[in-house]
Structure formats: structure tokens, C-alpha cells
Write a protein that binds this ligand. Structure first.
Ligand code: URA
Length: 205
């Protein structure tokens, strides 16, 4: 195990041992921590595991995950080229929306997860994930528009982390809505250009 994988493994064990969100934990089969390449420049963040994810212990393996895989393929990437995780890491019962308190409890761990991976681009999937980084902003207005933010002043992070957030519609929401689906595909196709421009010039903050 390399250093990042070891750090991530320790973080995962800490979530379990500290009994984060015990009510969710009790009802879930397992913790769904993350999947893919921790050395990637790109991290995708969804909302919470669904039924298939809870059974397999891997994020985005159901219908929304298949769609995500297709869009990755469209821009020449595989799942193993990126890192994929969720804000809330246990399945909420009956796939209900994660509660504000659940997002709040998991947020320090998500920040630390990002602090270990140090991606350049964080693609937030859906409003829950987007609003954890860009509170108050409406995804319907800001989808597809990258924004540079500084994750700082957090005692959970040992150093400030400059990242670009790119909000996208959630693949599960877009899957059965033709117009939203096309918008998501169009936004997704911008990712390679966003990555290329991140190092070159400042992105509107
Ligand atoms: N939806 C999410 O937000 N995350 C998953 O892992 C699966 C579906």
C-alpha cells in the first residue's frame, strides 16, 4: 500500500471506530468509502450510497454509476483514472436524501479525504454535494461552471487546499430527464478543458 492509500485506509477505519452517524451505520450493510485512483487530479463526489453501493461497498455501481462510467468514457477516462466518493458514506434508509446533520458529520472526513488525495478538480454531482462546497448557490444556475475555492481554516486539514469545484447535475436525476441528461453530457464534456486550464490561468472565484 502506498502512502496515500494507507492514509485513506486509516481515515476509513477512523470513521468506523468513531461511530460516525450510528443510526445510518446500524441500517447499512457497510461503509462505502471511495473507489478509483487516489493519485488522480479529479475527484467526483456524489450524495450517498444507494442499494447496490451498500451491497458492494463501492460508490456509483448502480444505474447512475453506469451512466457516470459512460460519460467518463466519452472524455477518454476510465473509473480507474479518477477517484469517486460520496459526502455521506452509509446508505440512508430507502434512499432518502441525506439529512443536514448527516452531511455535517461526514464533511470533516470528506475534507480530510480531499486533503490526502489533493485533486485539482472536484466535480460535485447534484445539489447536496455542490452545496457542501458552494452553499446557497443553485445548481440549476451554476452547473458546468468551474469555481476556484480554498479549503482552509479547517483544523481537519494540515494545509490549505486550493481546488476547483465544478458542479454538475446528479446522473441519477438526469438519467430519466432528457433535457437534464443532455445538459449533464454537455457539461461533462467540458471537463478536459477545465483540467487543461486549471494550471494556466485563474478560474473565476
Ligand atoms: N448516487 C450517489 O449519490 N452516490 C452513489 O454512490 C450512488 C448513487
Amino acid at each position: 500500500m502506498d502512502e496515500k492509500q494507507l492514509e485513506l485506509h486509516k481515515l476509513k477505519e477512523e470513521i468506523i471506530s468513531k461511530n460516525i452517524c450510528p443510526d445510518l451505520k446500524k441500517q447499512a450493510n457497510q461503509l462505502v468509502f471511495g473507489d478509483g485512483n487516489p493519485d488522480s487530479n479529479i475527484v467526483f463526489i456524489g450524495e450517498a450510497p444507494g442499494k447496490n453501493e451498500d451491497l458492494q461497498g463501492v460508490p456509483f455501481v448502480g444505474a447512475a454509476g453506469k451512466f457516470l462510467d459512460e460519460m467518463l468514457q466519452m472524455i477518454g477516462l476510465k473509473r480507474s483514472d479518477v477517484y469517486i466518493t460520496n459526502i455521506v458514506k452509509y446508505r440512508p434508509p430507502n434512499n432518502r436524501d441525506p439529512l443536514p446533520i448527516e452531511k455535517q458529520e461526514f464533511m470533516p472526513y470528506l475534507r480530510r479525504q480531499l486533503g490526502i488525495i489533493k485533486p485539482k478538480l472536484v466535480v460535485t454531482l447534484g445539489r447536496h454535494s455542490t452545496n457542501c462546497f458552494l452553499p446557497e448557490l443553485k445548481i440549476s444556475k451554476i452547473h458546468g461552471q468551474p469555481k476556484r475555492i480554498l479549503l482552509s481554516g479547517q483544523k481537519q486539514l494540515t494545509e490549505d487546499l486550493k481546488i476547483v469545484i465544478m458542479p454538475l447535475f446528479h446522473p441519477a436525476a438526469a438519467l430519466y430527464n432528457g433535457q437534464m441528461k443532455q445538459t449533464l453530457i454537455d457539461d461533462f464534456s467540458l471537463i478536459p478543458n477545465v483540467i487543461n486550464s486549471i494550471n494556466k490561468e485563474p478560474i473565476n472565484g
